[in-house]
Ligand binder design. Structure first.
Ligand code: IVH
Length: 673
């Protein structure tokens, strides 16, 4: 300190600056220059000054951020805009198809610039800053609502407590999204410690990062040395001062965030050559886990034109790296009964680590596959796993010494009913429509995360509910009473309340989830989304096979399967009971494109448009957060007048509403980036 007299105010200011600098060295530079004890002494001195002089306290003081059981449990945080996921592509054909779709949806001749980032294998997190100060961190959760992990995120490297101004004004409010990861070397150290303490090791860095962030005690998070990399944002406004993703990332860096190195590409050929370089070595050299490239259209104006589906942006895609392989021993073959009674042989394996996870079982699909692969118990097999794709057996690499023959069961392993094999089909099925195993699978699927997302209705709860005959189909879930749940094993008061709250919350899930949850044959998440975006539930109940087949990407088999369900008495009755239980199953809201610059504005189109159809123009307005209407009033923001515009144009002029030509309208849209 200088000769100037030390006042409590000046001393506390100096201590805060010191502590922040030591935090930076510890968390950001990973090169602390003082011991933990010296650091603690600085904290203690500051705390005592603040206690003696309450006027010196401030919510962003380092003393407010330390231990002392700051956080207890996590409260829910509703995301201002949903945290979406990315579509995946796995090969050249798929990424080319994505590129073709992008080009087709941009004005003819417009060539987008692409930005390539690694797809970090961590957990996503949204950080909110107000007036440059860190105020909140939330996990992704179900994409709509996450958990408040603010206190713990303060101990994640690369989460600045204050944004750096770097010669510019910091945005008043800003939500930065990114990935929290654990570097491989830190992961190994943590696992070594866990084993020393007699605890089971974490299966992969991602799980470990997730467990470390969602801790009751922020001090545990602190010790785990997690790191945050910025890759996207929650809201966007012109005053944030970036008009493309690359500019956004550059701004993130200057605000004090870590950003992974990124590359630009100007064509699909460029994308492919860069992808090959990473796939064939570059990615493996990184100190953290990645499972593919993320390809994004750089310009925000073009991103807006491309828009979103219900779950992901059309302007970005993941291009996954291929599978990784390992060998292990088959210990036994178990048979599991699926939702439709199909009996699937599953190989139980000597646990083996592959592509970031420990694998201990793998489905063999059917008994023909066992024959084709020539698998016997005790064989050493080569398995493969790509990203989150389920692992599979490629071939036997070493035969077992003892010969054993695997035969299909003659009785259902669950209910003991006879097993049948239909003519021409490979699968063996349990013939009992009320087989409890089938019902269990149906319920588990209904409650699963991409379906109705009823946390707490997992295998063990489902087992008991079916065992006690409390639930005979999915609609019965909604009639469950607290006393019934309290009767189940391991269900105490709080757990029962939580499950009932989850069941209640699932009543407002959207139609796409409900369609998927019903487990209709051949209907996956994507199909459910396509249908729900275009038909409401009543339309679906009254639709013909032709109506369904007219939807994009829906072929005759899927259309028939959907129709068979929604026109059947059982299907109609189930839907009626779900509705009666209070499920609304609304169409999913259209995703609003970044920033919603037209929020609150109404557009009216009149006359004949030349460059796009009226529907397309209205879609554009909606994708920017605006509304389209067919009647002009004083509240109309703009009337877009094509050729032959008549009475609506006159009314607009009379009311003084701004009138645009089609070109002027497209200009505005393009400038909104
Ligand atoms: S952009 C609309 N960039 O991957 C989604 N995501 O499947 C915008 N992820 O949960 C995200 N690395 O957390 C983006 N470089 C990257 C990423 C990345 C990993 C995660 C992300 C998301 C998941 C999407």
């Amino acid at each position: 300190m200088s000769e100037k007299k030390k006042t409590p105010k000046s001393e506390s200011a100096a201590l805060r600056a010191d502590i922040r600098e030591h935090d930076r060295r510890y968390y950001e530079l990973e090169a602390p220059t003082i011991s933990d004890a010296e650091y603690d002494a600085l904290q203690a001195r500051l705390k005592s000054l603040e206690q003696a002089h309450p006027e010196l306290r401030s919510p962003d003081s380092p003393t407010e951020r330390v231990g002392g059981g700051v956080s207890s449990s996590f409260s829910p945080v509703k995301h201002a805009r949903p945290m979406l996921s990315l579509d995946n592509t796995y090969n050249e054909e798929e990424i080319r198809a994505w590129n073709d779709r992008v080009l087709k949806n941009l004005p003819a001749g417009e060539r987008p610039s692409f930005i390539l980032e690694q797809k970090l294998d961590g957990l996503s997190c949204a950080l909110t800053y107000e007036n440059g100060r860190f105020v909140r961190a939330a996990t992704r959760g179900d994409g709509e609502t996450g958990e408040d992990v603010t206190e713990n995120a303060r101990f994640v490297g690369g989460v600045p407590e204050r944004l750096k101004a770097a010669g510019r004004e910091v945005p008043q409010s800003l939500e930065i999204r990114g990935e929290i990861v654990l570097f491989f070397d830190d992961f190994q150290k943590i696992n070594a410690e866990e084993e020393r303490a007699g605890r089971p090791p974490f299966v992969n860095p991602r799980n470990c990062a997730s467990g470390s962030l969602r801790q009751k005690d922020p001090q545990v998070t602190k010790r785990r040395r997690l790191k945050f990399f910025a890759h996207s944002y929650g809201d966007w406004r012109p005053e944030h001062g970036f008009s493309s993703h690359s500019k956004f990332l550059a701004r993130c860096r200057s605000l004090g965030f870590r950003v992974e190195p990124f590359l630009m590409a100007s064509s699909i050929e460029d994308i492919l050559s860069r992808y090959h370089k990473f796939r064939d070595g570059g990615a493996a050299k990184l100190p953290y886990a990645v499972d593919g490239l993320v390809v994004k259209v750089d310009s925000f104006a073009q991103q807006r034109r491309l828009g979103f589906t219900a779950k992901s942006p059309r302007w970005a895609v993941a291009f996954k790296y291929p599978a990784q392989q390992a060998t292990t021993i088959v210990r036994e073959i178990e048979c599991s009964v699926g939702r439709t009674g199909t009996i699937t042989p599953v190989a139980k394996l000597e646990p083996v680590f592959c592509a970031g996870v420990t694998i201990s079982s793998v489905t063999l699909h059917n008994f023909e596959e066992i024959e084709r692969l020539g698998i016997q118990i005790g064989d050493r097999v080569l398995i493969e796993r790509a990203g989150e794709v389920i692992p599979k057996v490629i071939r036997v690499v070493e035969k077992a010494k003892k010969v054993s023959v695997i035969v299909p069961p003659s009785k259902c392993p669950d209910c003991g009913s006879p097993v049948v094999k239909e003519e021409g089909l490979v699968a063996y099925r349990c013939d009992n429509p009320s087989c409890p195993a089938q019902l269990r699978r149906t319920l588990e699927h209904f409650a699963s995360r991409p379906a109705m997302d009823i946390v707490g209705l997992g295998d063990s709860a489902v087992d008991q509910l079916v065992g006690k005959k409390l639930v005979k189909d999915v609609a019965d879930i909604y009639g469950l009473k607290k006393e019934q749940l309290l009767d189940l094993e391991l269900f105490a008061d709080k757990k029962a309340d939580n499950l009932l709250a989850q069941i209640e919350a699932s009543k407002s899930k959207t139609l796409d989830r409900a369609i998927f949850a019903l487990g209709i044959r051949h209907v996956g998440e994507k199909t459910a989304e396509t249908v729900a975006e275009r038909m409401d539930l009543d339309a679906l109940l009254n639709s013909s096979v032709e109506d369904l087949q007219a939807l994009p990407d829906i072929g005759p088999i899927v259309a028939k399967s959907l129709h068979a369900f929604f026109s059947s008495l059982i299907g109609k009755d189930l839907i009626a009971r779900l509705r009666k239980a209070g499920l609304k199953m609304p169409k999913p809201a259209r995703m609003i494109a970044a920033g919603a610059p037209f929020a609150g504005m109404t557009f009216v189109f009149t006359g004949e448009l030349k460059k796009s159809t009226r529907e397309e123009a209205e879609e554009l307005v909606k994708s920017l957060g605006g509304k389209a209407s067919s009647s002009v009033s004083a509240k109309t923001a703009y009337v877009v007048a094509g050729e032959t515009a008549g009475s609506k144009l006159k009314k607009a002029l009379a009311l003084g509403v701004k009138v645009l030509t089609e070109d002027e309208f497209l200009d505005i849209i393009n400038r909104k980036g």
